[in-house]
Design a protein around this ligand. Structure first.
Ligand code: 0X9
Ligand code: ZN
Length: 320
């Protein structure tokens, strides 16, 4: 494993097992769903059992859209850093992490299968016995205001599925998130655009704690800026206003159904020159900058590290 190239599902699963084996005191691996093509949707829990709770719970989702290869790259890098890097050690004492490196393994594997399939977005669902077109957009399939800004046509890139939670991937991930319970921060990595999006996607109305959401998003940008020497910046805003209405996404479900107070979609680089076809030469830069962004965010939230907040300032989500 390295972060100077993109890796297929076999490499990523091998890396998960290696991390689980070498950092066995901190890392646990579980399978939360079985896909149509028989692959596992895996989550990795990283927590330090030698420090007492309660801890902030952070859920990081990657690879829900197959072609956005930089997303699993960022997720696996962050997972590795959280498990082994001294930069995260203090924060890890007061946090527990749940990583989903590849939320859409069938789609991801398919996008590696041939140059023709490189830009595949959905899973590989059959959509009925005689359907010509395969795949459900897993980021239109979660059960919150399902249907707004999504397609009912199986041939569309944004096909919402036949009903909310029709897909094993979304069902398994949703149940696992419910089981974990009281998640404080949810981040799903996508590409491209260089934006930090907060809810809602299904309406342009601002969410209840928009001020806190925006303040924490700015910390991500601060961390990215610091690591990039001021060269990389993200735009911050509501996903409805910035990207147009789209419902059934995991961020809205985490925020609206699970009441996760800090829920974000981070659209990774670039801003459109290469788009989904980001060159491998960019991978190391993006993963390092994103790690720094998340470190600043969580450092602020936990009051640890270089981005620790002022002790006296109150900073609470709406769940308190
Ligand atoms: O449309 C999406 O699913 C995401 N953009 S992408 O280009 N990566 O496909 C944005 C999702 C933003 N969140 C919501 N609409 N809730
Ligand atoms: Zn996406």
């Amino acid at each position: 494993m390295d972060w100077t190239s993109f890796h297929d599902l076999t490499d990523i699963e091998g890396f998960e097992e290696w991390l689980n084996f070498t950092v066995s005191d901190l890392v646990q691996v579980a399978s939360v769903a079985r896909t149509l093509e028989g692959r596992e949707v895996r989550i990795l829990r990283i927590a330090d059992p030698s420090t007492p709770g309660p801890k902030k719970k952070i859920w990081i989702e990657g690879g829900i859209h197959a072609r956005e290869w930089i997303s699993p790259a960022v997720t696996t890098y962050l997972m590795h850093q959280v498990a082994v890097s001294p930069e995260w050690r203090d924060i890890l004492k007061v946090t527990e992490w749940y990583f989903v490196p590849v939320a859409n393994p069938d789609g991801y594997a398919y996008s590696f299968s041939s140059p023709r399939a490189r830009l595949w977005r959905k899973n590989r669902s059959k959509n009925g016995p005689s359907a010509r077109c395969k795949g459900v957009d897993l980021n239109r399939n979660w059960n919150l205001k399902w249907g707004v800004g999504a397609s009912g046509n199986p041939c569309s890139e944004t096909f919402k599925g036949k009903e909310p939670f029709s897909e094993p991937e979304t069902v398994g991930l949703g149940r696992a998130m419910q089981r974990v319970g009281d998640i404080d921060v949810f981040i799903t990595f996508h590409s491209f655009g260089q934006t930090v999006l907060y809810p809602w996607g299904w309406t342009r109305d601002p969410p209840a704690n928009v001020k806190q959401l925006s303040r924490l998003a700015k910390k991500f940008n601060e961390g990215v800026k610091a690591a990039s020497g001021g060269r990389t910046e993200y735009e911050i805003g509501g996903s409805g206003p910035l990207y147009g209405l789209a419902s059934g996404a995991s961020d809205d479900w985490a925020y609206g159904a699970l009441q996760v107070p800090f829920s974000y979609t981070i659209e990774l680089p670039d801003t459109g020159s290469y788009g989904f076809l980001l060159p491998e030469s960019e991978v190391s830069k993006v993963v390092v900058e994103t790690n720094s962004g998340v470190n600043c965010m969580i450092g602020f939230l936990t009051n640890l590290g270089p981005c620790a907040r002022n002790n006296r300032s109150k900073f609470l989500g709406f769940r308190g």
